[in-house]
Design a protein around this ligand. Structure first.
Ligand code: NAD
Length: 358
């Protein structure tokens, strides 16, 4: 498949930039999907891709996802993403990230980078030496630092909205939530859940994290694979993608699915399967947008309260998406896509026409 064919098959991307610097060992691809709403923002992933084609496929898919996430969150941002082909455990260097930063700078703000799988705040600092078009920089440099508390707060808002639809009340009193993954997002989320009166069952492949949740929050702990069998009101995936698949779906015994993990559905058809099973899915990119909201606020001069206030809006967005799904008879995942596409269309039109100022 040619590059243009790949750009089209992944949903009409605007621009793909291939970046190479042999001395620094850099091979990177920057994909800009859609800049109707604003500059394309999306993280920089570092991964030992087996081939260029695999890296291209991944960066195109991820860039498109960012367009939808930003649009649904009501942000003036487009979607983009970047990948560095390399092993984050062995191939990182100051030169690598600074050269990448120079490529980002050359795009003059059309693409803004951030951390992602395989990159850290530390790596962003090297990029920051070469360009201002980077977010998620350490608070010491005026950045917003770790976005996960805001992500978890947003997931909690989305969960409340989904509970209101599923149970007629957003109260967690007497509700049982099964939480998969106690990392940055999961541990903040269980804090809110327990404070709100929920009973929690948790799992993680890291036994220490489970033990801490048992000690601090009185959580029941199950083995990683057993979490799918827990009879609960809400199942919350906060670890990996593709956890809703042909194997796990028949085992689920919840009424609501809502968590911070990206790309929870292995395939689109699993959205329909959830609906048929009577499980209300709060779409992942709608409820986990708090991290993106956080870096957006950083671009304007970071104020934590403002980030939290904006993330509170995830409640209304989730509710709106659920309503669209009901009104139009589509899955909540499809409804979320439509909601994002409509906003891009509507706001794109706002910018039409000439209003003076040559
Ligand atoms: P993290 O790496 O801090 O936490 C992930 C946790 O999942 C770890 O504790 C890990 O041990 C655990 N885990 C891994 N495999 C598991 C398994 N098979 N079963 C149970 N637990 C397992 O990551 P995070 O920052 O908390 O992010 C969690 C998810 O949310 C990811 O999918 C991420 O892409 C997504 N997300 C995060 C943010 C953010 O602000 N951090 C924003 C948007 C989306």
């Amino acid at each position: 498949m040619s590059v243009f064919e790949a750009m089209a098959s992944n949903g009409a991307h605007e621009q793909v930039v291939f970046c190479e610097d042999r001395r620094a060992g850099l091979r990177a691809i920057i994909a800009i999907h859609d800049t109707t709403l604003g500059p394309a923002l999306g993280g920089l992933r570092m991964w030992p891709y087996k081939s260029e084609a695999e890296a291209l496929r991944d960066v195109l898919r991820l860039a498109r996802g960012m367009t939808y996430k930003a649009a649904a969150a009501g942000l003036n941002l487009g979607g983009g993403k970047a990948v560095i082909i390399g092993d984050p455990r062995t191939d990182k260097s100051e030169a690598l990230f600074r050269v990448f930063g120079r490529f980002v700078e050359s795009l003059n703000g059309r693409y803004i980078t951030a951390e992602d799988v395989g990159t850290s705040v530390h790596d962003m600092e090297y990029i920051f030496m070469e360009t201002k078009y980077v977010t998620g920089v350490a608070p010491a440099h005026g950045g917003s630092g770790d976005p996960s508390p805001v992500t978890a707060f947003g997931v909690f808002q989305g969960m409340k909205a989904a509970m209101k639809t599923a149970f007629g009340s957003e109260s967690f009193q007497g509700k049982h939530v099964a939480v998969q993954g106690l990392g940055n997002v999961g541990r903040h989320l269980i804090d809110s859940l327990v404070k709100a009166g929920a009973r929690i069952t948790v799992t993680d492949i890291d036994e220490e994290k489970c033990e801490k949740a048992r000690r601090d929050f009185g959580a029941a702990v199950v083995a990683p694979d057993a979490i799918y069998d827990v009879a609960c009101d809400v199942f919350s995936p906060n670890a990996l993608g593709a956890v809703i698949n042909d194997t796990t779906l028949p085992r689920l015994k919840c009424k609501v699915l809502c968590g911070g993990a990206n790309n929870q559905l292995a395939e689109e058809r699993h959205g329909m399967a959830l609906r048929e099973k009577g499980i209300l899915y709060a779409p992942d990119f709608v409820v986990n947008a708090g991290g993106l909201i956080n870096v957006y606020v950083e671009m304007e001069g970071y104020v934590r309260d403002r980030a939290l206030r904006m993330a509170e809006g995830i409640y209304n967005t989730t509710e709106r998406v659920i309503n669209i799904s009901r009104e139009q008879g589509v899955t909540t995942a499809e409804a979320a896509d439509r909601f994002a596409e409509e906003r891009i269309e509507r706001i794109g039109n706002v910018k039409r026409g000439f209003f003076g100022g040559i």
